[in-house]
Design a protein around this ligand. Structure first.
Ligand SMILES: Cc1cc2nc3c(=O)[nH]c(=O)nc-3n(C[C@H](O)[C@H](O)[C@H](O)COP(=O)(O)OP(=O)(O)OC[C@H]3O[C@@H](n4cnc5c(N)ncnc54)[C@H](O)[C@@H]3O)c2cc1C
Ligand code: SF4
Length: 273
């Protein structure tokens, strides 16, 4: 395998992007992705926070300590992974991490891998989805993505700008990807509005180093409130209101997530009131 280390965006010419490598290296090791060329993008993707702009190469460890960013995003970064992973992992890589569904990670030929069946729906699915789970019941693992969705962030790539809600898409028969990025498209920056108040709460199996069973992000802009959830659908999930939780379609083993989400939503809304 070839490792390229371009020094400018103009020098990037295909290949699999490598940022902190905390996700891409295990995926390569386990044969879940294949690449002839790895492109170390650390020198070409912006880093750091400037006003409302966050470079996609900024580390989660930097964001969790930055008083200027919305508190929901700061808290979502602080509660993600472990200190070691947050010292390597970037926000851009975090948004593009793959599902933790054990069937997918064990290379079962499931719907998301291009097959016709979701093994989790019939099998073990305690950590899986309660929304958008008809064909793939995986649960999106990113805490920061839910926070960014709640504050209405915009993603700037090397080709376009798009609201973060449009970065993600449910997998379909025709396209099993869960993001709308084109091959080779790089996330460069995030434009993150400043809500008047925001909050992130996370239910997890352990107090540290655990993916969200349910994460709830809430943000208030004037009289308007935006809610988004992590760990409940194959993509970060926006909720129109707290009542919209009742439209969940849990599987037998994920019904408890509805009960977990309800008080978290109430507490997050109280926190930003
Ligand atoms: C044990 C463990 C526990 C974790 N727990 C949590 C958790 O609780 N909550 C949570 O939110 N996350 C969690 N994570 C995920 C972790 O936060 C991510 O692995 C990390 O943020 C990824 O960043 P990276 O820079 O290392 O990405 P990489 O591994 O370098 O890349 C990840 C993916 O994104 C692509 N990529 C990276 N940057 C860009 C870019 N700028 N443009 C286009 N493509 C890009 C890569 O090609 C690859 O496909 C956990 C990870 C592990 C291993
Ligand atoms: S939940 Fe998605 S990733 Fe997991 S087995 Fe079903 S189709 Fe595959």
């Amino acid at each position: 395998m070839e490792l390229r280390q371009p020094s400018s965006l103009a020098d990037v010419d295909g290949g699999l992007p490598l940022a902190g490598g905390t996700e891409v290296v295990p995926l390569l090791r386990d044969g879940l992705v294949e690449a002839e060329t790895l492109v170390d993008i650390r020198a070409v993707v912006p880093k750091g926070v400037s006003g409302t702009t966050i470079g996609a190469g900024t580390l989660l460890a930097e964001l969790e300590a930055d008083p200027e960013i919305p508190s929901a995003l700061r808290e979502a970064c602080r509660l993600a992974a472990s200190p070691q992973l947050r010292s390597m992992g970037t926000i851009g890589g975090n948004l593009l991490q793959a599902t933790r569904c054990w069937y997918w990670r064990l290379k079962y030929p499931c719907f998301l891998h291009g097959g016709s069946t979701c093994h989790a729906r019939q099998g073990e699915h305690r950590e899986h989805a309660i929304f958008g789970n008809e064909q793939c019941a995986s649960a999106h693992p990113s805490d920061p993505a839910a926070a960014l969705l709640a504050v209405g962030a915009t993603v700037r790539t090397d080709r376009r700008e798009l609201p973060i809600g449009e970065l993600y898409r449910l997998p379909t028969e025709d396209d099993r990807n869960v993001t709308a990025l084109e091959p080779g498209e790089l996330i460069l920056e995030l434009e993150v509005p400043r809500p008047e108040a925001s909050h992130y709460l996370k239910a997890m199996d352990r107090a540290r180093w655990a993916f969200p069973l349910v994460g709830v992000a809430a943000a208030r802009f004037g009289d308007g409130v935006r809610l988004a959830l992590a760990g409940v659908a194959p993509i970060p999930w926006a909720l129109d209101s707290a009542d919209a939780l009742e439209q969940a379609t849990p599987l037998p083993g994920t019904a408890y997530k509805v009960e977990l989400a309800r008080p978290l939503i109430r507490r997050a809304l109280d926190a930003i009131a």
